[in-house]
Write a protein that binds this ligand. Structure first.
Ligand code: SF4
Length: 279
């Protein structure tokens, strides 16, 4: 068995992995420790979800249709030369946000920047622009390990268990912070996990879900607001206003929870296809 350090491609978190091969087939994926990303854990999708690469329905080699309409495997160099010979000025290349950066860049170089489209819709491009703005701003964007230290979390419009599973584990760890704090006040050390859990079974840090559907974090959430995407936008605007007002409302409750926390965190994402939710 031969292993290589790899990065899981199955969601945007990029957990670090070791991928192992034997006889030309993928045999296993193991966790590779990274102290800011996945720590010691992968989600099941990352650990067990890569077997599709062994499917006999995949096309393992470059090829070309022969005179009988059948697919003939040919060397990669030959395939690239053939593609280049077919390129015209009017040829366009359509990439995909689901493909790797390297694959998109190779296509862009092949057809030229002016003939390349990245395959994203206008809405997806608008969401990416908002995310880039946030990443380039002064807004703190914690690592997954840092998420575990927050003491109040608001999730806006995102089913993180489905779309960023390892982050959901960090959120689950974070909601235990109140219990650990209470246990610490009675002299029980953090590492005494069974005792901490026994003492503080229902003492969870605030986790507020503002999402359209039930999800697997519901069991540890302190407040759940099921709303349609437009209503999520409206409620988040009310929360922003409530941070500066006293009028009683759901938004006020959420704003109070966030403003009383030492380390409040807001998590959002792209799954509702709404740049306004991200804003
Ligand atoms: S959370 Fe799971 S699917 Fe996402 S990168 Fe990590 S192991 Fe892969």
């Amino acid at each position: 068995m031969q292993s290589s350090p790899t990065v899981c491609p199955s969601c945007s978190l990029g957990c670090n992995t070791y991928t192992s091969e034997r006889y030309g087939e993928l045999r296993r994926v193991h966790n590779r420790y990274h102290n800011e990303i996945n720590g010691y854990f992968l989600c099941d999708r990352g650990r067990f979800g890569a077997q599709h690469v062994n499917s006999d329905q995949r096309i393992p080699q470059a090829g070309i249709r022969n005179a009988e309409g059948k697919y003939d495997a040919i060397p990669l160099d030959e395939a690239l030369a053939k593609i280049k010979s077919l390129l015209r000025e009017s040829t366009i290349g359509i990439g995909s946000p689901r493909a790797s950066l390297e694959a998109n860049e190779a296509l862009r170089q092949l057809v030229g920047a002016e003939n390349y489209a990245n395959g994203m819709t206008d809405t997806e491009q608008a969401m990416s622009a908002v995310i880039l703005d946030v990443l380039q701003s002064q807004i703190e964007t914690p690592s997954m390990m840092e998420v575990e230290s927050y003491d109040a979390i608001l999730v806006v419009g995102e089913d993180i268990t489905n779309h960023a599973p390892r982050l959901a584990l960090s959120v689950r760890q974070a909601v235990r912070n109140l219990g650990q704090q209470l246990a610490g006040e009675t002299g029980i050390a953090d590492w005494h996990d069974a005792a901490v859990r026994e003492l503080t079974q229902h003492d969870l840090s605030p986790l507020i879900l503002l999402t359209p559907m039930a999800d697997r974090l519901d069991d540890v959430a302190s407040q759940i607001f099921r709303r349609a995407p437009d209503d999520i936008i409206s409620l988040t605007e009310q929360i922003t206003s409530a941070l500066n007002s006293e009028a009683p409302s759901h938004a006020q409750e959420i704003a109070t929870t966030l403003s009383q926390a030492k380390r409040p965190l807001i998590i959002s994402g792209t799954s509702l296809n709404s740049p306004n939710i991200l804003k």
